[in-house]
Ligand binder design. Structure first.
Ligand code: CP3
Length: 355
């Protein structure tokens, strides 16, 4: 395997010394880039992009050609797994993802199974192709949704504003929800391990909807199943540790709990205070985050000041680890020039914190 030219991201996740704070952005390949929209038009649709390894590879690399990012993230979606389980994923323009056959009755929940990984071969082929094309420039991140976040989409059938269906299931028939979460945990574990075997050098679990759960229920219905995923992950591949990041949107209050499930890093959204989170977990894990994606609309000076504020909040890195990121995905209305300012400021200003 080719030697990594820039391993800052992997080293920071493992709390090893680095000369500056590495940065990547959630949804870094996406609609704010004109070249992405062009490739997407060529592919015909979002799924056309994601399911074709050549297109998926092309859009994964696009942000890296423009910006000095320290990691690439596989271009795909968390909903490929329930799609492979037979729920029928489609994207309705302007409305986001939808499932044709959501889990709405006991018999469909009883019939749910870990998908044959061969139906997701296009994802693993994309991972291998991206690794080849990256040629060691930066590490490649693989990812999956958390069992809970996937279950939300599988039961709601789409995005939701109140999570009424899944919470009805939770309070009325917790046994059925546990059955879905059990299948999801086994599926996600196998899916991430296949990405690692195909060449993913770090993996991230997106628990985007964990934050809608009450305290106590979050631990039981989300975190427990993410822990089960992590328990069975390959932690080393090709002679290198494969770090695991867990990102729970709205999960700042649970940072100690999340840090205790065996991950290497915890992702935080912009509502958390990095310094406070760090004093609570005490450098047992690295932290990833957490600039408000909307700060990128503030103009050059504000972007740079906000980036410095996040770096200062984490403080002198010492024995800790900080990976700079946004607190959630980059907005499709962001100007690419804003990202140039952000990456430059993080790379320059962070050096003072890595004495
Ligand atoms: O970060 C990256 O650049 C990698 C690619 C990536 C996508 N989705 C591409 C995508 C990743 C890591 C995801 C994860 C994902 N997908 C999550 C977890 C992260 C989060 O945002 O909390 C969730 C909840 C989804 C489900 C999903 N997929 C939604 C709600 C949407 C519609 C939202 C929107 O922006 O339209 C998608 C579609 C999607 N996934 C797009 C992209 C680039 C936009 C599709 C398009 O081109 O129209």
């Amino acid at each position: 395997m080719t030697q990594l030219k820039n391993d800052t991201f992997l080293r920071a996740l493992l709390r090893q010394p680095v000369p500056y704070t590495p940065i990547w952005m959630m949804r870094q390949a996406g609609r704010y880039l004109p070249e992405y929209n062009q490739t997407r038009a060529q592919a015909g649709s979002f799924l056309g992009l994601a399911q074709n390894p050549e297109y998926a590879c092309e859009v994964t690399l696009q942000p890296l050609r423009r910006f000095a990012l320290d990691a690439a993230i596989l271009f795909s979606d968390i909903l490929t797994v329930p799609d492979a389980m037979g729920l029928g994923l489609r994207f309705v323009t302007g409305e986001g993802p939808q499932f044709e056959r959501p889990l709405r009755d006991e018999s469909s929940i009883a019939a749910l199974q870990v998908p044959d990984l061969d139906t997701l071969r296009y994802v693993f082929d994309a991972v291998s192709l991206i690794r080849k094309e990256l040629d060691g420039a930066v590490p490649l991140i693989g990812f999956s949704g958390s069992p809970w976040t996937l279950a939300c989409y599988m039961v709601e059938g789409a995005g939701s504003s109140d999570y009424r269906r899944i919470k009805t299931l939770l309070y009325q028939r917790p046994d059925l929800l546990h059955r879905i979460l059990d299948v999801n945990a086994r599926a996600v574990q196998a899916y991430l391990n296949a990405q690692i075997q195909a060449g993913a050098q770090a993996v991230m679990v997106f628990d985007s909807w964990g934050g809608v759960l009450a305290d106590g229920l979050f631990q039981q219905f989300s975190l427990h199943y993410t822990q089960r995923v992590i328990d069975g992950l390959l932690r080393e591949h090709d002679g290198r540790r494969v770090p695991v990041i867990v990102f729970t949107k709205g999960g700042g209050q649970w940072v100690e709990d999340i840090a205790a499930i065996g991950c290497d890093a915890v992702g935080l959204d912009w509502t958390a205070r990095l310094g406070a989170a760090r004093s609570r977990v005490g450098d047992r894990v690295a932290l990833q985050g957490n600039l408000d994606p909307m700060a990128l609309f503030g103009g050059d000076a504000a972007i740079r000041a906000e980036a410095r504020r996040v770096l200062a909040d984490f403080g002198p890195v010492g024995a800790g680890g900080h990976v700079f990121n946004l607190g959630h995905g980059i907005s499709q209305f962001t100007s690419p020039e804003a990202v140039v300012s952000l990456v430059d400021e993080v790379h320059t200003a962070s050096r003072a914190y890595h004495a």
